[in-house]
Design a protein around this ligand. Structure first.
Ligand code: NAD
Length: 246
């Protein structure tokens, strides 16, 4: 029997980057996975993952989409043993030029979306299930051009603690994973290639390990929190080459 046989998993934003790598690790280990995302690429990603993966298109900032997701998950999987709250955007937010629109969009997706993802899927979580929220090292470091993103991730860090308390009576653990820089293409989606290149060079120079993390390194840590860390709740695991610690 494979390590994750019989385990049902939901990963928001599972069609690319860190979410996709985690989905692949778990599907390869025998899990059934529902991945979500806004774009068609989510459907292609599910096809690539194979018959144990299902794609559900939807926007995490829409509560009706989250209700529809919960209905589909109930039909497809019944109960859920691991929920990865991973969907997010990372537009640059230089302090002087942040607009109300940028601010609201970021909080709608990264913060409200995460909150209601957990609320709407909580009834389907089984006893002993693990929830993993994706934060960032930006929530403990004052980073340039990331003030709104960082505040949103700090809110998620707080939610990991509150949700842990709320769900503990049902035996459900809630933790956060805090990735350092991983080259997933997320930057190129939201800034020019040149700006992304500059940002990446700075991150590598700042990092104690002088390199980016890999999606596989994040996936292993996320799976650890969801399934193996059975005496751990409310915490945040930094997977960042030491960037937030050294
Ligand atoms: P990514 O862009 O590949 O993944 C983000 C996913 O979220 C995409 O699949 C996208 O379709 C989905 N998404 C975005 N908005 C959505 C919405 N409104 N509704 C549904 N899905 C939506 O980037 P990634 O690097 O894999 O990022 C994953 C998570 O990790 C994000 O929360 C990001 O903030 C966080 N993170 C990434 C890094 C990094 O260096 N890559 C570092 C720290 C934290």
């Amino acid at each position: 029997m494979e390590k994750y046989s019989g385990k049902n998993v939901v990963i928001t934003g599972g069609g690319s980057g860190l979410g996709f790598a985690t989905a692949k690790l778990l599907v390869d280990g025998g899990a059934r996975v529902v991945i979500t995302g806004r774009s068609r690429a989510t459907l292609d990603a599910a096809r690539e993952l194979g018959e144990n993966a299902t794609a559900v298109r939807g926007d995490v900032s829409s509560l009706s989409d989250l209700d529809a997701l919960a209905d589909r998950v109930k039909d497809e999987l019944g109960t859920v043993e691991a929920l990865f709250v991973n969907a997010g955007i990372a537009p640059p937010t230089p302090f002087g030029s942040v607009t109300e629109e940028t601010y609201d969009e970021l909080f709608a997706i990264n913060v409200k979306g995460a909150y209601f993802t957990v609320q709407k899927l909580a009834p389907l979580l089984s006893t002993g299930a693990g929830v993993v929220l994706t934060t960032s090292i930006a929530n403990v470091i004052g980073m340039l051009d990331a003030s709104v993103y960082a505040a949103g991730k700090a809110a998620l860090r707080s939610m990991a603690r509150s949700f842990s308390r709320e769900l503990l009576p049902r035996g459900i653990r809630v933790n956060a994973i805090s990735p350092g820089p991983v080259d997933t293409g997320v930057l190129e989606n939201t800034m020019s290639e040149e700006a992304a290149e500059r940002f990446k060079e700075e991150r590598v120079a700042d990092n104690p390990m002088r390199r980016f993390g890999t999606t596989g390194e994040i996936a292993v840590a996320a799976a650890f929190l969801a399934f193996d860390a059975t005496y751990t709740t409310g915490t945040e695991l930094a997977v960042d080459g030491g960037a937030s610690q050294l």
